[in-house]
Design a protein around this ligand. Sequence first.
Ligand code: TYD
Ligand code: MG
Length: 462
Amino acid sequence: MAKAKKMVFFCQNCGYESAKWMGQCPGCREWNTFVEEPVAAKPESRGRAGTAGSSNAKPVALSEISVQRDERVSTEIGELDRVLGGGIVPGSLTLVGGDPGIGKSTLLLQVCRKLSEKGIPVLYISGEESLRQIKLRAVRIGEFTDKMRLLCETSLETIRTVIEREKPEVVVIDSIQTMYSEEVGSAPGSVSQVRESTNVLMQIAKGLGVSVFIVGHVTKDGNVAGPRVLEHMVDTVLYFEGDRHASYRILRGVKNRFGSTNEIGVFEMQAQGLTEVKNPSEFMLDGKPEGASGSVVACSMEGTRPILVEVQALVCHSNFGIPRRTAAGTDFNRVNLLMAVLEKRARINLSASDAYVNIAGGIKMNEPAIDLAIALAVVSSHKDLVIDDGMVVFGEVGLSGEVRAVSMAEQRTLEAKKLGFTSVMLPRVCMKSVEEIKGIRLIPVDNILEAIQQIRSNRSAG
Ligand code: TYD
Ligand code: MG
């Protein structure tokens, strides 16, 4: 036992390191995420060539550094460019995370195809699938030029040699959980291995100016380290979300050193791979029932783009002492809070009712601007009051029942107009930022009570 390797504990979710096992991770507050792993060896030669302990390291004046403009390379996929902040930055490291089977490999293969068509040498390295499997997928997507090269490899030392020899401009690593570095003793997919692999890839990206895309599977449990571990090491983090049973997929920018975050790209999975959805609002409202109670159209800003979604609520009498409440696609606690506001400020008795709130289409929306729509959907279902189908609602609801200002009211209103809606209910304080728009009736409200009165009078007027 004298030669036993020194072991430490890592949180699989966020990479928190600890000498002892802990039930709850102090870093990310998740439970039961600690695993024991051998300590990674730290060879002297680590770090970028020549920098380890070298005495000739010299700082450079910031003003002396020149940058060329327009360095970004467009992927020719508009929705992806938007999330990346305008294209791929040379030498950047991008993590593409998401559940298995959501479409990460498909998207990156499509990116490779577009780039290689432009004459950019691309190397797709897979540790998950065989050359034949990749070919089968590629056949569905289309023709590839010979600028697109494939490699099935999991050893990072070999990968580094190949990249240095082949000099591709863009490299895809599918996936980080299958890669291993010989310098680390633990198995592929372990926290220290994922970290070290990313470190090596970062050196390759920065050292050779190669743009690297890393695929990372997100798994709640199991023995694969979540990509959360490497979020802080990479330049850009994109997450793929969406219901696996529905055809559309949302690519969300969570971190971006070269652009704004919170942008989303919307795709649809089809038989020939992912296609872009240029007008997500239309897509999200597809199939909205007409004249049904408990259904309200809300407008949420996703990055710089307004998206209309249908908020649905079903409120019915509870057969048990404790009413059931669920929220799909939005924050459960927020829904509970809004129901409490309705109870207290609008005197609507919901204590004996079950309530189910859903954002139709499976998209996740957590912007407070959808508060008013959630509250009105609950009221609409509870009172069986149909809300005008031509109306879009947005506004944040505060604890006193006041309807508070939200940003970019004008863009939201214009989006409603674009999709053929005829009226918009908005916070009164936003009125000054919205210009008169032809064909749209603005309904300003101060508080939740006024909003409920408005939908009532709308009903009797219509
Ligand atoms: P994939 O890209 O392999 O997912 P990931 O790399 O994130 O694990 O996506 C696989 C799913 O996409 C699979 O269920 C099949 C489906 N698919 C299509 O519907 N159309 C296509 O053209 C392709 C290539 C895949
Ligand atoms: Mg894959």
